[in-house]
Design a binder for this molecule. Structure first.
Ligand SMILES: Nc1ncnc2c1ncn2[C@@H]1O[C@H](COP(=O)(O)OP(=O)(O)O)[C@@H](O)[C@H]1O
Ligand SMILES: [Mg+2]
Length: 397
């Protein structure tokens, strides 16, 4: 997948200054076909497994901190390379295919990211999309609603491989990474993802990283609200969950998640229309707009469930803010929206309307959409990881 560069925000970390210098990028050697391991540790491969393109992506100083957004449908890594933020993503999905030498020949020829598990091939990440279409097989997900999919025996192995593909092994022992974790569910106050934090900390530690979690909503604040001293609301409308956080000077004062998000829209609209959830997702991503009810039945159904998702979030926000812990804020604060589900044209309008149906408990200076909604969480995790390193250097100096 191609990388996306983005000029770094000039007003970046009040959380800490930029690291003094960033060493020139170093390219990792590309491995021959047939070489791989569970994660990219350059170990000799099991037969039929490979590590295609693992390191092609790594154009960076491999000791610098980075950010990782472990989302239900996409995993995104954000790095700072030459004063630019650079992003790479892989779909958090896979397919299995029955083993055959013919198929293997095809996978090798196409340089596909795959492994052999018993009598099956597992094709993971972005590559699975193409092969799901070619072979007419169902895409499977290692995660559901922000948590590991316990019903899926391959879940952990697949995530381990995708993360390994994206980040490789630590360039130096203890290289810092911040990874996103969901906030507790608003409805119940319970963890959205049990053991999530520990699991990914360990998985990244196996690769040599010093990994720390960051609340997903707080990551949006860190990624988007540097110019307002990391004070305000960050909301991520994702696929498995929506996460919201109110932070003051980068300290989270209220965080929650809700279960209604992008996958919920796909599932519900599929049931209502008789279309497949995958087809609706593609339509939603390619051409759908939130511009009220039209003559198109499918669009109308999608609009109903988009509204449902937006209201679930704004209702929870109000409920949380009317509880006793609400901070006393004298000045008005910004609210930023990010995440793939916020991308259709008209979303921001719809959200603003829902928020303004009754008086909002805090004064808002602006409500805006991230200019890069799919990378916002990873970018915030990167900002936090960089500032942590700067802080550690300052303390040890
Ligand atoms: N261009 C788009 N328009 C509408 N929806 C999109 C678009 N791109 C992605 N999505 C939807 O956004 C969700 C993924 O967003 P993301 O922020 O990556 O979530 P997560 O981090 O939970 O995986 C999915 O439900 C996907 O269908
Ligand atoms: Mg995400």
């Amino acid at each position: 997948m191609s990388s996306q560069d983005r000029e770094q925000d000039a007003a970046r970390p009040e959380l800490g200054d930029e690291p003094a210098s960033i060493a020139p990028p170093r390219r990792e050697p590309r491995l021959p076909k047939g070489a791989t391991a569970a994660v990219p540790d350059r170990a000799p491969a099991r037969r039929g497994t490979q590590e295609m393109n693992f390191m092609d992506n790594v154009e960076q100083d491999r000791s610098q901190p980075f950010g990782l957004d472990i989302g239900t449908s996409r995993i995104v890594v954000a790095r700072n390379v030459g004063r630019k933020d650079q992003f790479e993503a892989e779909l958090n999905a896979f397919i299995t295919l029955p083993y055959s030498e013919l198929t293997e020949g095809l996978l090798v020829r196409e340089e596909v990211f795959y492994e052999v598990a018993g009598s099956e091939f597992i094709v993971a990440g972005d590559d699975q999309q193409k092969f799901a279409e070619i072979f007419h097989v169902e895409t499977r997900r290692p995660m559901v609603n922000g948590a590991l999919n316990r019903a899926e025996p391959h879940s952990l192995g697949v995530i381990r491989r995708i993360i390994g593909k994206l980040v490789g092994k630590a360039g130096t022992p203890g290289q810092k990474v911040r990874f996103s974790v969901p906030a507790p569910l608003a409805e119940t106050g319970k963890e959205a993802a049990y053991h999530h934090e520990l699991l990914f900390k360990e998985l990244l530690a196996e690769l040599g990283y010093d990994a720390k979690p960051i609340d997903e909503g707080l990551a949006v604040v860190c990624g988007e609200l540097g110019s307002s001293n990391y004070t305000g609301f960050g909301i991520s409308f994702g696929s498995g969950l929506c996460n919201a956080c109110l932070a003051v000077l980068s300290i989270p004062v209220m965080s929650f998640s809700v279960l209604k998000a992008g996958d919920y829209i796909d599932r519900q609209a599929a049931t209502a229309t008789g279309e497949s959830a995958t087809r609706l997702r593609v339509h939603k991503e390619q051409s759908f707009q939130l511009n009220g009810f039209t003559g198109d039945r499918v669009d109308n159904v999608l609009t109903v469930y988009y509204d449902d998702v937006i209201l679930s979030l704004t209702d929870s926000l109000r409920a949380m803010l009317s509880s006793a812990q609400r901070p006393k804020m004298e000045q008005s604060i910004p609210l930023v929206i990010a995440g793939g589900t916020s991308m259709p044209k008209g979303f921001l309008d719809r959200f603003e309307k829902a928020l303004r149906t009754s008086e909002f408990p805090l004064q808002l200076s602006e409500i805006r959409l991230s200019s890069d909604p799919l990378n916002s969480t990873a970018r915030g995790a990167l900002v936090a990881a960089l500032s942590e390193q700067v802080h550690a250097k300052a303390v040890s100096a």
